[in-house]
Design a protein around this ligand. Structure first.
Ligand SMILES: [Zn+2]
Length: 127
């Protein structure tokens, strides 16, 4: 079973992988690896922050769904192909890539468990 520490580590490594493999035309890294790891660590745990387990075995709902996984994958492809024209957009692109890949890493880890992910799930608003 995957726990919060595993999601943090895999999310951080996902952000680091983006910072290593997403390079410019000359093969130079275009991301700050520290920011990439920090963003990956946070976004790798975000689904369980939005829908915490708290002794609820059915906590995986919309934020943990295959629908979100597919939508994020599609969005990430668009962001990956985006060619920003200024520095602010470049930073935004890098942040979105690290965050999105880390979030997807969480969903893939959860999908590999016996409970897997719901197709759609319920939208929950925690109080
Ligand atoms: Zn989860």
């Amino acid at each position: 079973m995957t726990n919060g520490v595993t999601h943090s580590i895999i999310g951080g490594l996902s952000g680091l992988a983006v910072s290593i493999f997403d390079t410019d035309d000359q093969g130079r890294s275009i991301h700050n690896p520290v920011v990439a790891v920090a963003a990956g660590t946070f976004f790798g745990t975000l689904p369980d922050i939005l829908e915490p387990a708290l002794r609820n075995p059915h906590h995986r709902q919309f934020s943990h769904s295959f629908t979100v996984l597919v939508a994020l994958g599609y969005g990430l492809k668009k962001v990956y192909k985006w060619q920003p024209k200024d520095n602010i957009d470049e930073v935004l692109r890098g942040f979105m890539l690290c965050a999105g890949v880390a979030y997807i890493s969480h969903l893939l880890l959860d999908a590999s468990t016996p409970r897997s992910l719901p197709l759609l799930g319920k939208i929950q608003i925690s109080q």
